[in-house]
Design a protein around this ligand. Structure first.
Ligand code: ATP
Length: 359
């Protein structure tokens, strides 16, 4: 059947003793997609990946691969190789022997093994290191060996657990494009666990955001960034101003920083209903004088500034302690008195906010 998911998690629960690490996971992973799983430490990302690899068994629920239940299938029969941050290359084998290893385990003959491994070393641009010991390689070279070793068996799906986290920033970016290029070229499904928003958002077709064993949102980077489904997601992304309160039944939200307009789509919220509005830091403005016209604003004091290349983010605190953030280019900021303790107005167009209704 076309569009049948390659992987299905169906009501999957994983408990360690009394502790629930993954709670009732329902997730479909499509053939050929690059799916990133993101979330804070301990949220269940690795456990989810390990269940797919067969390294942990679900306590309840079912995992299907190509339509077939795999709960009871041992790891070595699954064809779901995994690449870790720690890589787990065999130190007693040289580079090409490491790459050949999985083929040997599958009974592939010596000649074919060698030629397939050579092909992958070439592809990963590490042919010159074929006979080197693993200890004599740099972090980036090891990473390429680990990828070659997993891909040489031509799996349908590759599981990657924080594979780039040990690399320095430049190498990370280079390896990101290697990974993305490989995934597109080979059409293999990648499931990629990471802490890093920039890795997930720059490479993945879809991103899964988990918190405390629960999937909070699944979507494209754009969808999640522009329209977080829960307050947790908005906070986790860390690029928004977030205000919660109760709707007054007249299109406003009563919050700790005052009455704010609900976006038009949210004006039907019932009086007394809880809701949250989110304004991206790139959509908010700063001024010394009180903004005029049909805008919402909050008065707040500057508490800090962070440079991020072409722009900077100004952090402010409102009277009630709410934190606000505004991202602007340096030219705009140069015209403003950005000093710690300076009182400014943070404003935005009400129709540029995003509403999260309480569910
Ligand atoms: P990190 O980003 O820190 O690697 P994670 O999201 O990958 O975190 P998991 O490794 O999936 O988190 O762990 C989820 C939870 O399950 C954690 O609280 C962890 O302590 C717990 N856990 C994982 N493996 C075991 C185990 N074998 N026994 C007991 N608890 C475990």
């Amino acid at each position: 059947m076309q569009n049948e998911p390659l992987v299905t998690f169906n009501g999957v629960i994983k408990k360690f003793g009394g502790f629930v690490a993954v709670q009732k996971l329902d997730l479909e992973i499509h053939k050929g997609e690059f799916l990133a799983i993101m979330g804070s430490s301990g949220c269940g990302k690795t456990t989810t990946l390990r269940m797919l690899a067969g390294l942990d068994a679900p306590t309840e629920g079912e995992i299907r691969l190509s339509g077939k239940p795999i709960n009871d299938l041992p790891t070595w029969q699954r064809d779901t190789p995994m690449v870790w941050q720690s890589l787990a290359l065999f130190p007693f084998l040289n580079v090409i022997e490491n790459v050949e290893f999985a083929l040997k385990m599958r009974g592939v003959g010596a000649k074919e093994r060698r030629s397939r491994a050579e092909n992958w070393l070439e592809r990963m641009q590490i042919s010159e290191f074929a006979t080197r010991n693993i200890a004599q390689l740099s972090g980036g070279q090891r990473q390429r060996v680990a990828l070659a070793r997993s891909l040489v068996v031509e799996p349908e799906i590759l599981l990657l657990d924080e594979p780039l986290s040990a690399l320095d920033a430049n190498l990370k970016v280079r390896m990101q494009s290697v990974l993305q290029g490989l995934q597109q070229e080979l059409g293999i499904t990648f499931v990629y666990v990471t802490h890093s928003q920039s890795e997930a958002f720059s490479m993945a077709d879809r991103v899964v955001i988990m918190s405390k064993g629960v999937v909070e949102q699944v979507g494209t980077a754009q969808e999640i960034y522009r329209a977080p489904k829960t307050r947790f997601v908005a906070e986790f992304l860390g690029s928004s101003n977030i205000f919660s309160g109760k709707c007054d039944g007249n299109g406003n939200l009563e919050t700790a920083v005052g009455k704010l307009h609900l976006p038009k789509a949210g004006t039907t919220q019932r009086k007394g209903q809880s809701a949250t509005i989110v304004i991206l830091d790139t959509r908010a403005h700063l001024s010394v004088t009180q903004p005029k016209g049909d805008v919402d604003f909050v008065r707040a004091n500057v508490i800090g500034e962070e440079f991020t290349g072409a722009t900077a983010t100004i952090y402010l605190e409102a009277e009630d302690g709410s934190e606000l953030r505004v991202q602007k280019d340096h030219e705009t900021l140069a015209a403003l008195p950005i000093n710690v303790g300076q009182s400014l107005y943070v404003s935005w167009q009400p129709n540029e906010t995003h509403l999260i209704p309480d569910v």
